[in-house]
Write a protein that binds this ligand. Structure first.
Ligand SMILES: [Zn+2]
Length: 116
């Protein structure tokens, strides 16, 4: 997330709540076949790259990991690269591999359901 003061406005809080209510799972994890609760709302086209802040079509529910990992990367670039590839991926791996794999081990049934 950024320091944009709009994130602290009640208008954003309402919009964010509406997006999460409509779709409580992380859209990016779902694209990779995983179910992860969304705790944040991400701008699909980053506002830093001209994405519209208040446009619901530009908002996607995201877990904190995806939101943090994607940051200001364009969606197609980020999805193509993902975690564990060159570039930001190496940073991501070093910082998060242990906790991510530990979390994955805790929810094998969830993965099984999704894979079918
Ligand atoms: Zn996610």
């Amino acid at each position: 997330m950024s320091d944009d003061p709009r994130y602290r406005s009640s208008r954003w809080q309402k919009l964010r709540a509406a997006v999460l209510r409509r779709d409580p799972l992380c859209a990016y994890c779902r694209a990779r076949g995983r179910a992860e609760a969304a705790t944040t709302v991400d701008h699909i086209v980053p506002t830093a790259r001209g994405g519209r802040f208040w446009d619901r079509d530009n908002l996607a529910p995201a877990c904190a990991s995806c939101n943090y990992s994607k940051a200001d990367t364009p969606l197609d670039e980020w999805l193509a690269g993902g975690c564990g590839t060159d570039g930001f991926g190496s940073f991501w791996d070093e910082k998060n591999q242990t906790s991510l794999s530990a979390k994955d081990r805790m929810r094998p049934s969830l993965h099984t359901n999704l894979d079918s």
